[in-house]
Design a protein around this ligand. Structure first.
Ligand code: ARG
Ligand code: ZN
Length: 883
């Protein structure tokens, strides 16, 4: 039976709580089958709200006892709420004691208190605390927590909760206890406990003011040798927040704990961050460079939440981007600052924009489109989205652009001065940044700027240039528009900061500047020119918009070769590639195998690859063709198999045409020195990996087996996971016969490394489809002894890698991919609705599909929707898809 509300929650309905909870004393008797929770609160009526019953949220709890001021009291249970009507009058605090039990071992949703590898973990954001005890489970109710944990000592030697350990000791029957006090008030979503057999890496650090802090990273015994990078990232995060924003660590003890069963990436519980192992564990033998850099940014992200999220939190869940958009912005800046050189910063920026455009732009154009600050939800877990996170970060970035870096830092200080210790709104944040910078364009266009929070959809920025040789004036006509999104037919103009430069035909910079577009249309003029310039628009991706400018190949080749802005250099290369891909996709009279890339494009790519001025990491980004999902977004009607075939054909052409250049790139960037995950070394490995893939692809058509042989050798000899995995991937993606033995060997080598096995599964489920072979492979993988649907990482590695990560294989003409998808959504929904709802989104863009795929996809979604008893999570996604 489903519990919980099943009605839409509206932002406009926000009401302050009718009661406050000032203190909470929790006592846990931890037992996997039946955990007992004693919750003693000091509660008082909110004097600003008319008197009404107290309604506490609770889900899947067994209620044993309710006492008010030590006395039994009458209560009702209504729709997963505990309703208390006969409470003391007046505004004095009263004691409320609630005793419940729950069953952590049966908790497969991984929300609330659950068991993973015989240890206890919690996940409370957004609404998991109500699965632990009855509470006002909303972020604007902030309380002081004291937590006592009791458990069997041999089985659960480590007992952790938020704040400081104030007492611990032995109990009878081999049990022991630990008592924790959190010195900071917090909303319930930041509560956490951990109990189990864990070991930790420790580090003592001294802050600028001389105060000592203890940093700890807890993992399962055996994983300690994979914690150094996480600890280094944590120390770097502490130092960075002090240096960049003057925000110190406010706790004596800061803990990170890793668990292999986790719905998302990580969670910023006060002083006790809980992480998916994927974002903690790394050593050179098991983790790739990408893993290292993800760990750095996620550790940073959760640590930065300590101020942006925890010290100042959200008034309600519609304000989620207040903490998430801002904290993603902060972790992006952190990673850029750590990357060092300008070129390495640009690489990070390009990677971030690539995520935004391949994942968020489609979301903004699909049935789940919502504003950065949504107006409604059925299930809040569905709104932990790329829009709230990544687009939210872009909105914060635009603020920094509009007020300057120093102005932004001043705005942040004002934000904390005003709101420290409070639960506030996105408006409060923007207001603080604007008030600290009254002369800025942000302050002057404040209300209009806030449309970035209220209007969904990706704006389109149209630009058209005209040069008048007589007057020497170049005019640039700009216009903006935004397509309707669900519930928002009309959009008003946005504030769009446009960083731009003009180049002459030889690529020399003529002028550079920043224009803030606020009207629907505007024309900029640049006098004193002798010839038509090449415009470099939206430098650094200064706003999250689609730029429509009809660039000629000549202009793009100039930008690719010369633009002073590395982002736009990369962008020019992507445009050249996209235009070619789209042309071939639309021209159905030519079979993909017969596609020929033009000389100019190939030579431009060769020049980049061979350049002695560019970094390897940047070259790798330029030489990677736009993703299939990105190309799909540029089309009105999508045939994913054709997109895949065309993109693959383009890759094979680049492989052959640049064969000797790839061979040079591979040799020149392969080294056997000591491993270091820094930006320069990882860039070199990335380029070597891309080269190897192309060399194996070229071998595909030539039948030559020299390079596949070399790839196998490298796979065997590699001294780190990046090189090893890249070699394996080169064999698998080129479909070479040697792939099978390499895969087998890889599994044997890493059979005890769950995160590496995830890569092994994902690589196979995401491999290029050749004659419909992938779906059977995926089904086989699900029968593998190492597969389990219960572990989200493993489920994602097979099912998501296929349904979301492999469009060419998933969108089968016989619709078997869709049937598989609907079976998995339904199956997962009974285990873990959050994970199921993510999978449900794989068909978000079904309306764009060419027939008969479109009809088949609709049918599959309708099949899921017709299932009675769906979770709110999945129901919301499929009903919006069908609307
Ligand atoms: N606040 C966490 C983060 O951004 C994400 C938690 C999401 N949890 C969830 N159940 N939706 O790092
Ligand atoms: Zn976050």
């Amino acid at each position: 039976m489903r519990e919980g509300q099943s009605k839409v929650i509206l932002r406009a309905d926000y009401q302050p709580p009718a009661y406050w909870i000032d203190t909470v004393e929790l006592a846990f008797d931890l037992d996997p089958g039946k955990t007992r929770v004693l919750n003693r609160m000091k509660v008082r009526r909110n004097p600003d709200v008319t008197a009404q019953p107290l309604r506490l949220d609770g889900e899947e709890l067994n209620l044993a006892r309710v006492l008010v001021n030590g006395q039994g009291t009458s209560f009702k249970l209504e729709d997963s709420q505990l309703v208390l009507e006969n409470l003391p009058e007046g505004h004095e605090p009263f004691d409320l004691e609630i005793f419940t039990t729950c069953a952590p071992a049966k908790n497969t949703k991984l929300m609330g208190l659950y068991v993973s590898n015989d240890s206890f973990f919690t996940q409370c954001e957004a609404e998991g605390f109500r699965r632990i005890t009855y509470f006002l489970d909303r972020p604007d109710v902030m309380a002081s927590y004291t937590v006592t944990l009791r458990a069997d000592k041999a089985r659960y030697p480590v007992l952790l909760s938020n704040g400081n350990l104030v007492e611990q000791g032995a109990l009878e029957d081999g049990r022991h206890f630990a008592k924790w006090v959190d010195p900071f008030r917090k909303p319930s979503y930041l509560f956490a406990l951990v109990a189990g057999q864990l070991v930790c890496r420790e580090q003592r650090i001294a802050a600028r003011n001389g105060k000592e802090h203890l940093l700890q990273v807890y993992v399962r015994p055996g994983d300690l040798d994979k914690t150094e990078h996480a600890m280094n990232s944590l120390m770097a995060s502490v130092a960075w927040d002090e240096a960049r924003f003057k925000l110190p660590l406010d706790l004596e003890r800061f803990m990170i704990v890793a668990t292999s069963d986790f719905n998302m990436g990580a969670m910023e519980n006060k002083g006790l961050n809980i992480f998916n192992t994927k974002y903690v564990l790394a050593n050179q033998a098991t983790a790739t460079d990408t893993d290292y850099s993800n760990i750095e940014s996620v550790v940073g992200h959760e640590y930065f939440h300590n101020w942006t999220g925890n010290r100042v939190t959200c008034r309600d869940w519609f304000q989620l981007s207040l903490k998430e958009g801002l904290t993603v912005f902060r972790d992006q800046e952190f990673s850029q600052d750590l990357a060092g050189a300008d070129s390495a910063r640009a690489v990070k920026r390009i990677e971030d924009v690539r995520v935004l455009r391949t994942a968020q732009f489609p979301e903004d154009a699909g049935p789940m489109a919502h504003p950065v600050r949504p107006d409604q939800y059925l299930e809040i877990n569905n709104f932990y989205t790329v829009t709230v996170y990544e687009k939210g970060a872009e909105v914060v970035r635009m603020m920094q652009t509009l007020v300057g870096r120093e102005g932004f830092a001043k705005g942040m200080s004002l934000y904390f001065e005003r709101h420290d210790g409070h639960a506030v709104t996105c408006d409060d944040f923007v207001q603080a940044i604007a008030d600290a910078n009254p002369e800025s364009p942000l302050a002057q266009k404040l209300d209009q700027f806030k449309r970035w929070y209220s209007q969904a959809g990706t704006p389109r920025l149209k630009a058209a240039g005209h040069f008048d040789p007589v007057s020497g004036i170049y005019s640039l006509a700009l216009s903006q528009s935004c397509a309707p999104t669900p519930g928002q037919a009309e959009k008003l103009p946005f504030v769009i900061p446009i960083a731009l430069g003009l180049l002459d035909a030889n690529g020399n910079e003529l002028t550079t500047g920043m224009h803030v577009l606020t009207d629907a249309t505007e024309t900029l003029t640049f006098p004193g020119l002798t010839a038509a310039p090449v415009p470099s628009l939206l430098r650094g991706f200064s706003a999250p918009v689609v730029l429509d400018y009809l660039y000629t190949d000549t202009e793009l080749l100039t930008l690719l070769a010369h633009d002073a802005d590395p982002f736009n250099r990369w962008e020019a290369g992507q445009r050249l590639a996209t235009q070619r891909a789209l042309g071939h996709i639309r021209n159905e009279s030519v079979a993909p195998a017969d596609i020929r890339l033009d000389h100019a494009f190939i030579e431009a790519m060769r020049v980049i690859l061979r350049s002695d001025k560019l970094d390897a990491a940047f070259k790798e980004l330029v030489l990677t063709l736009p993703a299939e999902t990105y190309i799909a977004e540029q089309l009105d009607v999508v045939d994913p198999q054709r997109i895949h075939a065309v993109r693959e054909a383009m890759r094979e052409q680049l492989a052959q045409a640049l064969f000797s250049d790839w061979a040079w790139a591979f040799e020149a960037h392969s080294e056997n020195g000591a491993y270091s995950p820094d930006a320069v070394s990882s860039g070199r490995r990335a380029l070597a990996g891309l080269a190897l893939t192309h060399l194996c692809l070229a071998a595909r058509s030539s039948g030559d087996s020299v390079w596949p042989g070399k790839a196998l050798q490298r796979f065997k000899d590699a001294s780190n996971m990046t090189d090893r995995f890249n070699a394996l991937a080169a064999l698998v993606t080129s479909g070479h016969a040697l792939a099978a033995q390499a895969l087998q060997r890889f599994h044997a080598m890493f059979k005890d490394e769950a995160l590496v096995l995830d890569k092994w599964f994902a690589l196979q489920a995401g491999a290029p489809d050749r004659g419909g072979n992938i779906l059977p492979v995926v089904k086989q993988l699900m029968n593998h002894a190492d597969f389990t649907l219960r572990n989200p990482n493993r489920a994602r590695s097979v099912i998501f890698s296929y349904c979301s990560g492999n469009p060419g294989a998933f969108h089968r003409a016989d619709a078997a991919g869709y049937v598989y998808w609907s079976d998995r959504v339904i199956e997962l929904d009974t285990v873990n609705p959050q994970v199921a709802a993510r999978l449900a989104r794989a068909l978000d863009r079904w309306k764009k599909l060419a027939e008969p795929l479109r009809g088949a996809a609709r049918e599959a979604i309708a099949r899921v929707a017709a299932k009675p008893d769906l979770s709110n999570d999945v129901r919301e996604v499929v009903s919006r898809a069908l609307a």
